[in-house]
Design a binder for this molecule. Structure first.
Ligand code: SF4
Ligand code: SF4
Length: 450
């Protein structure tokens, strides 16, 4: 049995993949599917002994942390069957320390859910991340089953069951070539049709070399003979399914403009929350934090990797059967992985006015050149620049409201992006500006007061 060092780190998050990359769907952009080839001959099922080791170490590693997240992801974790997760809850209760609270989460495509699953989720307060890319026609473009048919109907059945059992859920929407031009249609679908309160927009960036690109464009499905092309972080090109860097920014701006006028405090868009966090000096998303390395991935056999996006041999830290996860999390290799994010930041980013919010984004997408020819700029930079500049003023205003102990949703009266002059402003011309600058409103964010 692996024993842990005395140092206790609570500041890490771990995504466990009990079926590895195995999934019942065959989403065309899902390069994670190709990771199956890292474990030839495996059954891709986490064994009970590993499940127990994992849960025990996770709770030990979090010491006195009040809330410990037990997070399941894939592949498709529901393929393990419900008994596996019943056992995980049982083990978590067995090993939790005095004062620890458990939060169970699962990211799923929703196609395998039934009443029994959803009753279980509700009973144990699971937070479910449900992958949906938009209304049927958009969703079915890339999110297909093994036979190539769209998965929308099955996913909606899963959503209906989650709603019926009153299970907390987030919508996880990938943004790609097929939906990047339809931001409001997608956002309104989630908000109005699905009643979603928590939404994440995740950019699809499938990187490829010139040589590999034609193969990558076909997709990551299994090929005749059981072969798949293996995705690696190499090349300066992207597949035709990938989101356009600048359009990703426009997509976010369009949704932001609707959200800021009517949905603040009702609908939580992860990236907007993260941006507001950056404006008050708190980073809730690793991709925008100055350093990273605190979001690791555990494979079905106990192999621990530096990050969910770096499940590759060079980023393997070790196996938790042999070394306690805390020693792997605290290893020099992992610390350097996290510091590399900051230490490899190009000068162009260091001098960028929105660096405080962006910090160069996730290293895995840093594969283009800056205008002055330096390597390591984020492929999504044009979109990030657009978005972070677009939201700068309202974000500063919301941050100011929070600093004053007021609610961020007051921004809906204070800020109207497309309406001049604003129709309802609570702050008088001579009142302090809610952005916290200390100036009078009329001299700062001084739109005429009515
Ligand atoms: S590599 Fe990217 S996704 Fe992974 S921990 Fe760092 S910022 Fe987060
Ligand atoms: S917006 Fe672009 S230049 Fe600025 S920090 Fe982000 S990636 Fe770097």
């Amino acid at each position: 049995m692996a024993t842990m060092s005395t140092a206790v780190s609570s500041a890490f998050h771990l995504l466990a993949k009990p079926t590895g990359a195995v999934c019942n769907l065959d989403c065309k952009y899902c390069f994670f599917l190709s990771k199956e080839s890292l474990y030839p001959g495996s059954r891709f099922r986490m064994e009970d002994s590993l499940l127990e080791t994992y849960i025990r170490q996770l709770l030990e590693a979090h010491g006195r942390t009040a809330e410990v997240i037990v997070a399941w992801q894939g592949g498709e974790p529901t393929l393990m069957g419900l008994d596996f997760f019943k056992r995980s809850v049982e083990l978590a209760e067995k090993y939790k320390k005095p004062g620890q609270r458990l939060l169970h989460t699962m990211q799923t495509n929703g196609t395998k859910l039934d009443d029994e699953w959803c009753a279980f989720f509700k009973e144990h307060n699971f937070l479910i991340g449900l992958s949906v890319d938009g209304p049927r026609e958009i969703h079915d473009t890339y999110r297909v089953n093994k036979g190539g048919a769209g998965s929308f109907d099955q996913v909606m059945q899963g959503w209906r069951l989650l709603a019926k059992h009153n299970v907390d859920f987030n919508i996880l929407c990938t943004v790609h070539a097929a939906n990047q031009n339809r931001p409001l249609e997608i956002y309104r679908f989630f908000r109005d049709e699905l009643g979603a309160q928590y939404i994440q927009f995740i950019p699809i960036v499938e990187r490829a070399t010139a040589q590999f690109l034609p193969l990558a464009n076909i997709g990551w499905s299994e090929r005749p003979g059981g072969q798949r092309p293996l995705y690696t972080q190499a090349g300066h090109l992207v597949t035709e399914r990938s989101v356009d860097g600048e359009q990703y920014g426009r997509f976010l701006c369009a949704i932001f403009d609707e959200w800021i006028q009517r949905d603040v405090g009702q609908v939580f868009v992860q990236l907007f929350d993260a941006t507001l966090g950056a404006h008050v000096g708190q980073y809730s998303l690793c991709i925008f934090a100055p350093t990273c390395g605190n979001a690791l991935a555990l494979e079905h056999n106990g192999d621990l990797y530096a990050c969910d996006h770096y499940v590759e041999p060079d980023y393997l830290l070790g196996n938790i059967h042999e070394t306690h996860m805390l020693d792997l999390v605290n290893s020099a290799k992992q610390r350097q992985f996290g510091l590399d994010k900051q230490q490899t930041l190009p000068r162009y980013c260091q001098e960028c006015t929105v660096r405080f919010a962006c910090n160069g984004g996730c290293p895995r997408n840093r594969f283009i050149r800056t205008p002055d020819g330096e390597d390591g700029l984020n492929y999504l930079c044009p979109g990030y620049k657009l978005f972070f500049n677009h939201v700068d003023r309202p974000m500063k205003m919301m941050a100011g409201l929070l600093r004053q102990g007021r609610y961020a949703d007051e921004i809906m009266q204070l800020y109207q992006p497309d309406v001049e002059p604003p129709t309802a402003v609570k702050v008088g011309r001579n009142d302090p500006c809610p952005c916290g600058s200390g100036k009078k409103f009329k001299n700062c964010h001084g739109r005429p007061a009515v």
